[in-house]
Design a binder for this molecule. Structure first.
Ligand code: URA
Length: 421
């Protein structure tokens, strides 16, 4: 078997066997296959696709390429395919943990226009994103929730392949995204999994048809790997909630746990938590939803959040938000906001300092955006659209204005677009 023949086969739209896929993954991880051959195969996959069996074999080979975690109890995890302003993990994990479900979660850092949960947690002074495996498991046993940065050895092949995809224009492929996400979930030992597949201007999947394909594929891979998996399709045509940026997002997550906060963020958090509780406890949706709303109302979820943050060394009271610069963006036109270029808004937040354009960039936890107006809000001339916060002297007011489209009719705008089981 040679890598040349494998590339040739995929170039000619033929299916790869399990042995060929394992040959590629093991050879690439062990540095026996060079980047140029791996990149060539990845591009052939982007252009010619893979069937379900090939994607499952690719996912399993990637999951087997590094360490695997096993728990002696049931766990529940959630994963978002990446969006802007998505701080739901900070809300959902304590809700679900306060209902006696064990949340074992490994998260990643953000790159490009999407934010990462680990960066948000690192915005809390003292919070430790690395625990030993024993500490991680002990904390889950003690308080039902622990959240750490993904270790280097989980799905080693995905780390190497993702870095190569990032520089060879091979990220936006349904089989490659599905295998990348699911290999990490399989290796990190989840027994129940709720996927949040984002659709829209701030997501990898720009349309509902592709998002449905991705969700169907990931749910099938999960089920083939004996993980109880369900996917929600959610709207990412505008940022989620009103705050973007690390400290700002922690503050907004606390607001929802306290019983206020923006309605879209609250609605999606309740939906995700309900599906997680329903899967973990094997109870029906309505009962799970009642339980979720009860722990939000009686503040059990809020108390669980503080217990979880304290357990990992975080000191919420020491958060300091005093960015040097504040730029106000005002409307120049009257009408309904009907479109927001959410990917561009995510990039603006990154340029302000909230995210990374390359993996070595240092994050400014105070940087970010607070949105005053979102889709279907009616605005008049000189209304406040948003405030940009940063410690850099950088004027992005015109860039922000260009992301917003104002017309004279509101549009249909649903947050939850479907569920795939
Ligand atoms: N998130 C991942 O982990 N992998 C992808 O390929 C895309 C989003």
């Amino acid at each position: 078997m040679t890598m040349y023949d494998i590339i040739e086969k995929k170039k000619n739209k033929l299916s790869l066997t399990k042995e060929e896929i394992i040959f590629f993954i093991n050879g690439y991880v062990n540095n026996e296959i060079p980047d140029y051959q791996a990149a060539s195969l990845l591009m052939a996959i982007v252009l010619n696709g893979m069937n379900e069996e090939e994607v499952t074999n690719l996912t399993l080979a990637m999951a087997d390429s590094g360490d695997k975690i096993t728990y002696h109890f049931n766990t529940v995890d959630k994963h978002s395919t990446g969006g802007v302003g998505d701080k739901t993990t900070l809300i959902v994990a304590p809700i679900v943990a306060s209902l006696d479900c064990k949340v074992a979660k490994m998260s990643g850092k953000g790159l490009g226009f999407t934010g990462g949960t680990i960066d948000k947690l690192e915005a809390i002074p003292g919070f430790k994103v690395q625990l030993t495996e024993e500490e991680f498991i002990k904390q889950i046993n003690d308080i039902n929730v622990a959240l750490i940065s993904q270790t280097k050895n989980i799905a080693k092949a995905d780390k190497k392949i993702y870095a190569l995809r990032d520089v060879t224009a091979t990220v936006d492929s349904i089989p490659l995204i599905a295998s990348s996400i699911m290999s990490k979930k399989i290796a990190s030992g989840a027994s129940n999994l709720v996927l949040d597949v984002k659709v829209g201007t701030g997501a990898f999947m720009k349309n509902i048809v592709d998002a449905q394909k991705l969700a169907n594929l990931m749910v099938k891979i999960g089920q083939n790997a004996h993980i109880n998996t369900l996917a929600i399709l959610s709207n990412m045509n505008q940022p989620l909630g009103n705050n973007i940026g690390n400290i700002l997002e922690v503050q907004e997550a606390i607001a929802v746990l306290e019983g206020h906060g923006p309605s879209d963020l609250k609605e999606l958090s309740i939906e995700l938590a309900t599906q997680m509780v329903s899967l973990y406890k094997n109870i029906n949706y309505d009962l799970a939803k009642q339980q979720v709303i009860a722990v939000l109302d009686n503040q059990k979820a809020l108390n669980k959040f503080y217990q979880f943050i304290n357990s990992q060394g975080g000191k919420i009271k020491e958060i300091c938000f005093k960015p040097k610069y504040e730029y106000k963006v005002y409307t120049k036109q009257e009408g309904y906001i009907t479109q927001m270029d959410t990917e561009e808004i995510g990039k603006i937040a990154s340029l302000l300092g909230a995210g990374r354009m390359t993996k070595d960039d240092v994050i400014d936890y105070e940087a970010g955006i607070v949105l005053n107006k979102k889709i279907n809000d009616y605005v008049k001339e000189n209304d406040l659209l948003a405030t940009l916060y940063t410690n850099k002297e950088i004027d992005l007011i015109e860039n922000y204005l260009k992301t917003i489209t104002i017309t004279n009719q509101p549009i249909e705008n649903n947050l939850i677009l479907g569920v795939v089981k």
